[in-house]
Design a protein around this ligand. Structure first.
Ligand code: ADP
Length: 604
């Protein structure tokens, strides 16, 4: 990680190395093939060129080879030989030879006596004239005098030019009287070869380069000379120097083809620098290399695409696996969240139940505390009848001793009435203090009202009270307890009938209900005398009553007020502007229930 460039470069170098090795391995056979092909082509070309040169050289030599024999029979030349002192015949011979030279293209044609002295020559009038010179030492003369065709390569003694000499003896009868020599100029032949990239080389029987298209090679020997060869060279001096330099031709650098000319003992060679093959071979290699690189690049590209494709597949597989893992994780999270929510719902339900229970407890506690505040009045109210009962009982005992039975009876009736009153007080208090089975529930108002009215139907008829109802047909759902609401309604109706009983006809009772968002208001109005001012101030307190002890205990409205408050509602007392009392119950609206007429709560 500390050397990212090094670690990332290493594989690149390695792949480059592998690429180079691969190229070398593939290009090596191509190189071999190309080299072989071009060598063969060059060899073929060279062979043709060599054939051409050999034919040219041999053709030239052969065309002169027969010339001395033919010309030797010319009478002019014979006469000159036979009468050497005759200057006229010598002059004729000189002119003849000069003409022949121009006709044949030979370099020099000359006539020698049997002792080697030149008596006539084509160049007789030139400064380098051969006339008067003796060439008896020349091998061609010796060979000709020996009866053979004399041949010799050598530099002209006076001209210094390379020449090829043909010598043929001229016979008179059986005697060889002289030799006719034709000399060719080989310098010209060499010049004709021109300046070609391939080099031509003609070596003589001693391996010395006598003709060559490359002047630097001239008169250099291609092999070590033997002692007798060196002696012959020293004797005949065919080359301009006796100190012949060695010519080293490296067969690696030079491609050589040679042809042996047996009749003259020469070898004609054509040499091409091996470097001449380099260019075509290199272009073939370059082409091959480019093609290979292109193929490799295409292959690499294909591999890369393949790898990309595989990478993409691997990536998408990984992504899918990650997605699956994430979905699994999310599902697990959701499951745990779900179970937590379930747990919370459970806890909330429990809390709700706790709340309901707590509300119940509160209602109950509220009622008990109301009873607590009432306890002083309660004990006072109970003590009164109890004290009266005791005095009536004491009185009755005394009256009984005096046999005053009627008065005893009256006392006992008083006691009975007082006991009933005490029992009534206790019954009311017990009803109030009793724990309801339920918290406020949804219930319909009209059925509860009907029940309460039914309880007092008999008395209402007796008093001839007209009932005026103004209630909607649809059930008005309110939050209340079945028993408690009936208890309240029953109390209020009873109070209204009490008030109406004290007045003459017509007696009327109005019951109306209306509802809005806040809740339901139920109004009970009568046309009695209404609340006195004192009653308005104290009617809700326990044991306030304007009635006689047999008629009322003064607990009705106090208990109704407590019950209404426990239900979350309110009891409002007052008088109607047109006279008579009007009591209004405010109740909370509730969600519609299933059955507006539940079975009567008998425990009430
Ligand atoms: P009780 O009926 O036993 O007197 P309540 O607490 O029910 O006790 O009533 C208290 C008092 O309120 C009654 O004594 C009466 O003076 C007055 N009151 C109640 N209802 C009416 C009514 N409809 N018309 C006139 N006065 C009433």
């Amino acid at each position: 990680m500390t050397h990212p460039s090094i670690t990332s470069n290493r594989p690149r170098w390695r792949s480059l190395g592998i690429l180079a090795l691969l190229l070398a391995l593939l290009l090596w056979p191509l190189h071999e093939l190309a080299e072989r092909y071009y060598s063969a082509r060059l060899a073929e070309q060279n062979r043709q060129t060599l054939d051409l040169y050999v034919a040219n050289l041999l053709g030239t030599l052969r065309s002169y080879e027969t010339l001395p024999g033919i010309l030797g029979n010319l009478p002019v030349l014979r006469n000159a030989l036979l009468s050497p002192s005759n200057s006229a015949s010598l002059e004729l011979a000189n002119h003849q030879l000069m003409r022949l030279k121009h006709q044949t293209g030979a370099d020099v044609i000359y006539l020698m006596r049997a002792d080697g002295l030149t008596i006539a020559s084509s160049n007789w009038d030139q400064p380098d004239s051969f006339v008067g010179r003796n060439f008896a030492f020349r091998p061609y003369f010796l060979e000709a005098m020996d009866g053979r065709l004399g041949r010799f390569f050598g530099l002209g003694n006076t001209s210094g030019k390379r020449g090829y000499y043909f010598g043929q003896a001229i016979e008179h009868g059986r005697e060889r009287v002289g030799v006719l020599v034709v000399k060719l100029d080989l310098d010209r032949t060499e010049t004709l070869w021109g300046n070609s990239p391939e080099r031509l080389l003609v070596t003589d029987s001693q391996g010395v380069a006598i003709l060559t298209s490359y002047p630097g090679w001239r008169f250099r020997t291609t092999r070590p000379l033997r002692a007798e060869e060196q002696e012959a060279i020293a004797l005949h001096r065919p080359y301009p120097t006796l100190d012949l330099q060695q010519l080293e031709l490296d067969p690696v650098l030079w491609l050589q083809q040679s042809r042996q000319l047996d009749e003259i003992g020469w070898t004609v060679s054509i040499l091409t620098p091996a470097s001449q093959l380099d260019r075509p071979v290199q272009s073939i290699l370059a082409g091959g290399g480019i093609a290979l690189l292109a193929i490799l690049a295409l292959y690499g590209l294909w591999l890369q695409r393949q790898r990309h494709y595989l990478d993409r597949i691997a990536l998408s597989t990984r992504a899918q696996r990650e997605l699956e893992a994430r979905v699994l994780e999310r599902t697990r999270d959701l499951e745990s969240l779900n179970s937590r929510l379930k747990q919370e719902v459970l806890e909330r339900e429990q809390a709700q139940q706790e709340l309901v229970r707590a509300q119940d407890e509160l209602v109950q506690a509220g009622k008990l505390s109301a009873l607590g505040t009432m306890s002083a009045s309660i004990s006072h109210e109970l003590n009164q009848p109890l004290a009266a009962i005791r005095s009536y009982a004491d009185n009755a005992r005394i009256l009984l001793e005096h046999q005053r039975h009627d008065e005893v009876n009256a006392n006992l009736q008083q006691i009975s009435a007082l006991t009933a009153r005490a029992a009534s007080i206790i019954a009311h208090l017990r009803a109030f203090a009793r724990r309801d089975r339920h918290a406020p529930e949804s219930m319909a108002l009209q059925p509860a009202l009907d029940d309460a009215l039914a309880l007092h139907a008999q008395r209402r008829r007796t008093l001839d009270v007209e009932l005026i109802r103004d209630l909607p047909d649809a059930p008005l759902w309110v939050q209340a307890g079945e028993t408690r609401l009936r208890q309240v309604l029953s109390n209020l109706i009873a109070n209204a009938l009490d008030a109406l009983a004290e007045r003459p006809l017509p007696r009327k009772l109005w019951i109306a209900a209306r509802h809005d968002e806040q809740g339901v208001s139920l109004s009970l109005r009568d046309n009695g005398r209404g609340f006195s001012q004192e009653a308005l101030n104290h009617a809700l307190e326990p044991f306030f009553t304007t009635k006689t002890s047999t008629q009322g205990l003064g607990l009705g409205l106090a208990i109704c007020d407590s019950l209404m408050r426990a239900l979350g509602g309110e009891l409002q007392i007052g008088n109607h502007p047109e006279g008579g009392a009007q009591l209004i119950l405010h109740l909370r609206l509730a969600e519609p229930g299933t059955n507006p007429y539940p079975p009567e709560d008998l425990s009430a």
